[in-house]
Design a protein around this ligand. Structure first.
Ligand SMILES: Nc1ncnc2c1ncn2[C@@H]1O[C@H](COP(=O)(O)OP(=O)(O)OP(=O)(O)O)[C@@H](O)[C@H]1O
Ligand SMILES: [Mg+2]
Length: 367
């Protein structure tokens, strides 16, 4: 089966071929993908999540479900290979190859040129993923949300991507200095440069996060309402740290050896009307909120870069009622390319642009 490259006039990156060797359950897989909604179907354990994972590794350089790369290599084999071919609106073809060998790490190439770091791939190609674990973004603790919104911030404002790791490093240094002071190994004066850095980077980070949340919130609300979740919004919960506030709690901080205020303790509230979805959202509402966040970010990235990200939606359809499945499918129609999994094709109430059955021994495209 030969499907031509889809150079899309709207400026989207479309992956048209994926080829896997010894990746997870796939000894060998060669698929042609179409733009639009690609419904990946098969029974439990068929390899649907594996296929989405391979596209994430191929476009982002890492797996969304494990940091242990050797898990990606098919049992009993020594290495795996993922190759993707796609094309941008500009006509520029995109070829990616990622090869992992047990114990040797990874080699990756973009259009034939070896990449030094995975980050290079991430800068070139945008992919957003929903997995059931992502529900933690709404229902988990503040730590999960901070990490999620910091990644979003990095994607929306690449120039400010280093603020979060920079602040984290400054905080670690200040905490170490606090412990040295309380052990009598250092003077209080020695804290000053670290406090200043925590305040400076902390302020920048809070401002960047607020900007990201303000940019996302209205689009998030709009997507959520289209999916049937009314009056949803985001709000940043925290304010920039100041020297005065840190000075006021210095004794407590010295005692505990940690900095007790700053963006490392802030949160983002996700609400629908007056309800905090973390505490009072139903499972389905929490799922809709996570999806709406993803769609909001996808829309913003598309607006800013001219290229909607590739969307990988694993297990989103379960727990959504038929009306909401339909609204979601209608939303996805307008974007570049979305792979969405289901155990049966009937889970999607509208016609997909392509249905791929990944049942072992039967990988094929259904008419
Ligand atoms: N490294 C590996 N080598 C071989 N098989 C693997 C490897 N890692 C995972 N598998 C197998 O891949 C199979 C398919 O997994 P996958 O998660 O893709 O299924 P799925 O179609 O998403 O199922 P579900 O509907 O339950 O989500 C599993 O049975 C798993 O044991
Ligand atoms: Mg799965």
């Amino acid at each position: 089966m030969v499907i031509p490259d889809h150079a899309d006039p709207a400026g989207r990156l479309i992956v048209s071929r994926v080829s896997l060797r010894d990746f997870r359950s796939y000894a060998r897989l060669d698929l042609a993908l179409r733009p639009g909604i690609v419904l990946v179907v098969g029974p439990n354990g068929a390899g649907k999540t594996n296929l989405l994972e391979s596209l994430h590794v191929g476009t982002q350089g890492f797996s969304p479900r494990t940091r242990v790369e050797s898990q990606l290599v098919r049992f009993g084999t020594e290495g795996c290979r993922i190759a993707l071919h796609g094309r941008r609106a500009s006509g520029v073809p995109v070829d990616v190859e990622v090869v992992l060998r047990r114990g040797e790490g990874r080699r990756s190439r973009l259009n034939g040129a070896p990449l030094q770091a995975v980050e290079e791939l991430r800068r070139e190609l945008a992919t957003l993923v929903f997995t059931p674990d992502r529900l933690a973004v709404v229902k988990g603790g503040p730590l999960v949300r901070r990490a999620y919104f910091d990644r979003t911030l990095a994607r929306l404002f690449p120039a400010r991507a280093e603020l979060s790791p920079g602040y984290g490093a400054a905080l670690t240094q200040r905490n170490a200095a606090l412990r040295r002071v309380s052990l009598g190994l250092s003077t209080r004066e020695a804290l000053a440069p670290w406090t200043e850095r925590v305040v400076d980077l902390g302020r920048e980070l809070v401002l960047a996060r607020r900007d990201a949340v303000e940019l996302l919130s209205p689009v998030f609300g709009e997507r959520a309402s289209q999916l049937g979740l009314a009056a949803a919004r985001l709000a940043y919960d925290g304010s920039p740290p100041t020297e005065e506030a840190l000075a006021a709690r210095l004794e407590r901080d010295l005692e505990r050896g940690t900095t007790g205020l700053g963006p490392h303790l802030d949160d983002v509230s996700v609400t629908a009307g007056t309800r905090e979805l973390r505490l009072f959202g139903s499972q389905g509402e929490q799922r809709l909120a996570v999806l709406s966040l993803l769609l909001a970010e996808a829309g913003l990235i598309a607006e800013r870069t001219g290229e909607p990200p590739l969307l990988l939606l694993d297990d989103v359809l379960s727990e959504l009622d038929p009306d909401r499945r339909r609204s979601l499918a209608e939303r996805l129609r307008g974007t570049g390319q979305t792979l969405i999994t289901a155990t049966s094709a009937s889970a999607l109430p509208v016609e997909a642009d392509q249905v791929l059955d990944v049942t072992p021994g039967l990988v094929q495209e259904r008419a």
